[in-house]
Design a protein around this ligand. Structure first.
Ligand SMILES: [Zn+2]
Length: 484
C-alpha cells in the first residue's frame, strides 16, 4: 500500500535508520466495533478496505551509539490493540538488516480498553526468553490488565510490569517519559494517562483517548515537536465518545504551540447527528482520510494558521522524523536581519523587531492567553555588556511610555542549563512586563548575533536623554496593549 502524502517518508527497512529519532504510526483506528456500517459510513468502508487495520498505536525509535561505537536502536511502543502486532511484523518482514525496527524493548500503556491492550499477550509470547517485555502503566491499569489476562500474574510470564505515577518522570532507555492523568469520559478506566516522551531535546506528546487532563502541568505540554491527538469525531461529542474532537484539536494545537500534529483514532460516526440540524455548517458524516485532511486544511487556511501549524490525518505506516537541530546557526556569515522570532522553552513566543527607519524597537510576547505588544525608542546595547539592551520610553505630547531592560543570560557551561532572556519593561516603579523566557542554545546564539547586528553601544550621551522625558502624569499613551 503506497502512502502518498507530503508528510510521509517511505521507510526502507533494509537501510540503517537515517535519523536519530523517528515515530512510526502503527495504527490509527478506534475500536473496530465502533466504526459503524460501511454502507452508511464512508469511513467504515475505507477501513474495511485496509490491508492491515490496526488500533491506535505508535512506535518511537531512538538511535544511540553504544560505548563500542555500535549503533543501536531503542524501540518504545505505545499501546497494543488489535492488528498492531501484524503491523509491527510487517515493518520487520523484508531485508536482512530489518532488525532495527524489530520488536519493542518496552511498551507504555495508556489505559486498559481493549483497543489499547488486546494484543499484549500475543506480543509477550513473541519475545524470546529469557528477555522480558518491559511494560509501563499505572497501578490501576496494571490491576485491570491482570484481571483481563490472568496469565501475567505469575512470575514465569515474559512480561515485566513497572507501575508509574501520573506526573512523575521516569527513564526508559534513552527516553525520559512523563505520564499525565487523563479523563476519558464516563466509562474511563481509573488510572488512564497520556504520555510525554522526551529525548535528545525533542518532545513528543502521545495524547489519545482523553476528554480533559485534570491535573495537567501545561508547561510539560508546551511546544512539542510532535503532538499526536486522538480525535474520535470532527464536531465536539465528548460526552458520547470520551474523546476530544478535531475542533478541540485546533484549540490545543494553538494552546500548546504544537507546530506539527498528527490526528489518530478518528471514526466520525457520531458526526451524523449534526445532519439533523439543517443550520449546521460543519461536516455531518464520517469522512474518509482524504476528506478529513481537506476539511482540516481549509479550516487552517481560513483561520490563517496554515503556515504556522501543520495538522496531518495520520495513516498506518506513516513515519515522522525529528528534524536535526543544528548546533550553530545554519549560516554564520548570513546576517539575521532586523527581525527575530524565538520560541521560548516555557510559555512564550517572542518576536523582536528593530524598526530601523524610526530607530524603535518593537517586542511582541505571546503566551497561550495574552499578547503583549511593547515599543521603545532608540534601543542601545549596554556599554560593558553586549547581551544587555535598553530601550527608551516613547514620548508623546503629555505622556511617556515604559522603558526596557532586556538581558540575555547564557549559562557558563554549555548544555548545563537553559539560556534565559530576561525582559523587564517598566514605567517608573510600575512593572509593565517582567518575566524570564527560557530559550535553547541555538536561539541564544542567534539572539546574541541579532543584538550585535542591530544595536549600537550606549554612549554617555544616550543615557542623558533618558531624563529629558516629560512627566508621565495623566499619561494615556497606548503603548502597551493586552488583548485576548
Ligand atoms: Zn479508550
Amino acid at each position: 500500500m503506497a502512502l502518498a502524502s507530503r508528510n510521509t517518508a517511505h521507510v526502507n527497512y533494509t537501510q540503517d535508520m537515517e535519523h536519530d529519532l523517528i515515530v512510526r504510526i502503527n495504527g490509527t483506528l478506534p475500536d473496530l466495533s465502533m466504526m459503524g456500517d460501511e454502507e452508511k459510513s464512508e469511513r467504515a468502508a475505507e477501513v474495511k478496505k485496509m490491508e492491515l487495520a490496526a488500533n491506535t498505536s505508535c512506535s518511537v525509535f531512538s538511535k544511540n551509539t553504544s560505548d563500542y561505537g555500535k549503533k543501536e536502536v531503542f524501540h518504545l511502543l505505545v499501546d497494543i490493540g488489535e492488528g498492531v502486532v501484524k503491523n509491527l511484523e510487517r515493518g520487520t518482514a523484508s531485508g536482512s538488516e530489518s532488525k532495527i525496527f524489530g520488536l519493542p524493548t518496552a511498551i507504555l500503556i495508556t489505559h486498559s480498553h481493549d483497543d489499547h491492550i488486546k494484543e499484549l499477550p500475543v506480543l509477550v509470547n513473541k519475545i524470546s526468553k529469557p528477555d522480558k517485555l518491559n511494560i509501563y502503566c499505572t497501578k490501576e491499569c496494571h490491576d485491570q490488565i491482570i484481571n483481563k489476562f490472568p496469565e501475567f500474574g505469575g512470575t514465569h510470564s515474559g512480561a515485566s510490569f513497572n507501575t508509574i505515577k501520573p506526573g512523575e518522570t521516569f527513564q526508559v532507555g534513552p527516553f525520559s517519559v512523563t505520564s499525565l492523568l487523563a479523563f476519558h469520559g464516563e466509562n474511563s478506566p481509573p488510572g488512564s494517562v497520556i504520555y510525554v516522551v522526551m529525548t535528545k531535546g525533542k518532545k513528543i506528546i502521545l495524547g489519545w483517548d482523553f476528554v480533559s487532563l485534570p491535573t495537567s502541568d501545561e508547561f510539560l505540554l508546551w511546544n512539542p515537536d510532535l503532538l499526536i491527538l486522538g480525535t474520535q469525531t470532527y464536531n465536539p461529542h465528548a460526552e458520547e465518545t470520551g474523546l476530544i474532537s478535531v475542533t478541540d484539536a485546533y484549540l490545543l494545537v494553538r494552546r500548546w504551540n504544537a507546530k506539527e500534529c498528527y490526528l489518530v483514532h478518528y471514526g466520525g460516526l457520531t458526526d451524523f447527528q449534526e445532519g439533523k440540524n439543517q443550520w449546521f455548517r460543519g461536516p455531518t458524516k464520517a469522512m474518509t482520510t482524504t476528506e478529513l485532511q481537506k476539511t482540516v486544511e481549509s479550516h487552517l487556511a481560513v483561520s490563517g494558521d496554515s503556515g504556522k501549524f501543520k495538522i496531518t490525518v495520520a495513516k498506518e505506516g506513516m513515519i515522522w522524523a525529528a528534524k536535526e537541530t543544528p548546533k550553530y546557526p545554519d549560516d554564520e556569515i548570513k546576517p539575521i536581519g532586523n527581525f527575530i522570532e524565538i520560541d521560548g522553552l516555557n510559555q512564550y513566543v517572542c518576536k523582536i523587531e528593530k524598526l530601523n527607519k524610526e530607530n524603535k524597537l518593537k517586542i511582541e510576547i505571546e503566551d497561550r492567553i495574552n499578547r503583549y505588544t511593547l515599543q521603545f525608542d532608540r534601543p542601545k546595547r549596554d556599554k560593558n555588556n553586549d547581551q544587555l539592551v535598553y530601550g527608551s520610553p516613547e514620548i508623546a505630547m503629555l505622556s511617556r511610555g515604559p522603558e526596557l531592560r532586556m538581558e540575555l543570560v547564557t549559562p557558563s557551561e554549555q548544555g548545563k542549563e537553559n539560556a534565559v532572556l530576561k525582559i523587564s519593561s517598566f514605567k517608573g516603579k510600575k512593572s509593565i512586563f517582567r518575566d524570564d523566557i527560557l530559550i535553547n542554545d541555538m536561539d541564544a546564539q542567534k539572539l546574541k548575533k541579532y543584538f550585535q547586528e542591530n544595536f549600537e553601544k550606549r554612549t554617555l550621551e544616550a543615557t542623558v536623554t533618558k531624563s529629558t522625558g516629560k512627566s508621565d502624569k495623566g499619561g494615556k499613551f497606548n503603548i502597551f496593549s493586552k488583548k485576548k
